[in-house]
Design a protein around this ligand. Structure first.
Ligand code: AHG
Length: 332
């Protein structure tokens, strides 16, 4: 079986391979900590709040520091932005890569021994020789050089794209090496499974209400077929399920918190996952436009997300268009 190192040697530039190697090594350390779980004393709250006003778990902080430390030591890395840190961290002025990451997506799952993961995105650095600033990170998702996630589930896996399809690796616990298990991950265009936090129903816009009503009605409704529902409450696990057996995932625009256009973050979650999903043959939108075409305005920007099977994503987009919604995020 091909190792991640061998794959990167033949598919990525030295700089990209080195950056992805640093991310992979960090993920192996995070995976080992998660394995120890409560025995490592890493469960529970760390007592801080992140920039989004959410309580940080102890392991969020540890994973964040681990990634930050390793990436800023990598000479190819010009700067790092983490979902958990207010400001970006400049690294090497001569580096050619910028990295954004969500160190532990779904962190409320840690204490209940459920799946979490690390999401990453790598962007080109355009001002080599100068110190990186937040503005350097504000590139559209279409500029990503690579994106992916490490999922810490019943086993640890990596799904990644370098822009030529999606490849999946599994961590061999004996050798601590990632081994390739799928060279071309593909998503079916149609789906019979959906993921959404339905408790937010009353806060959704009409097109999403109408869409979910249709799915719930199953073969008695407009869609004329039955759908199944799953929600792990960790985007990483819901997206992984879609890569494995298809479906659609949504965290749509809602009016729950005034001024917030959705819950998920463009730079740490939506763009990298959109890159993966599109490269696997799926689609991704905020309800109105393709997510990877959105010009970011802020490093911690939130965005509504609908991604997965093409037919379902197109259906949701049509409902938004029919309702005359022109710019989803701007309705906050
Ligand atoms: P976090 O990064 O704080 O762990 O948030 C996880 C995100 C995402 O992964 C998941 O889909 C969503 O939050 C779950 O939200 P609800 O709690 O509203 O279900």
């Amino acid at each position: 079986m091909m190792t991640l190192t061998q794959y990167l040697q033949s598919h990525a530039s030295d700089e990209l391979a080195s950056t992805l190697g640093t991310l992979a090594n960090s993920s192996i350390a995070i995976s080992a900590l998660l394995d120890k779980g409560a025995l490592a004393g890493i469960h529970g709250e760390a007592g801080n709040q992140n920039i989004q006003g959410e309580a940080q778990k102890k392991l969020d902080v540890i994973a964040n520091n681990l990634l930050l430390d390793a990436l800023t030591k990598n000479p190819h890395c010009a700067g790092v932005a983490s979902e958990e840190l207010d400001d970006i961290s400049p690294a090497h002025d001569d580096g050619t890569m910028l990295v954004t990451f969500d160190p532990l997506d779904g962190s409320s799952n840690i204490d209940i021994n459920m799946t979490v993961g690390t999401i990453f995105s790598i962007l080109p650095y355009q001002r080599v020789g100068s110190q990186a600033t937040e503005a350097d990170f504000l590139q559209k998702g279409t500029s990503q050089l690579a994106a992916g996630y490490f999922i810490y589930g019943t086993s640890t896996m990596l799904a990644m794209t370098l822009g030529q399809g999606v490849v999946m690796f599994s961590l061999d616990p004996t050798t601590q090496e990632y081994l390739r298990i799928d060279n071309q991950v593909k998503i079916d265009e149609s789906a019979t499974e959906y993921a959404i936090n339905a408790s937010n129903y009353r806060y959704w816009l009409d097109p999403i209400k109408e869409y979910i009503n249709g799915l719930v009605a199953g073969d008695m409704g407009i869609r004329n077929k039955d759908y199944n529902m799953r929600w792990v409450a960790a985007m990483i696990a819901d997206v992984h399920r879609i890569l494995i057996r298809g479906g659609v995932f949504m965290y749509p625009f809602d009016t729950k918190i005034a001024g917030k256009a959705g819950k998920l973050r463009l730079m740490y979650e939506a763009n990298p996952m959109s890159f993966i999903i599109e490269q696997a043959g799926g689609a991704s939108t905020d309800g109105v436009v393709r997510i990877m075409d959105i010009q970011p305005s802020h490093i911690h920007q939130r965005i509504p997300v609908v991604l997965g099977a093409k037919e379902e994503v197109d259906y949701v987009k049509n409902l938004h268009a029919k309702a005359g919604i022109l710019a989803n995020g701007e309705m906050a």
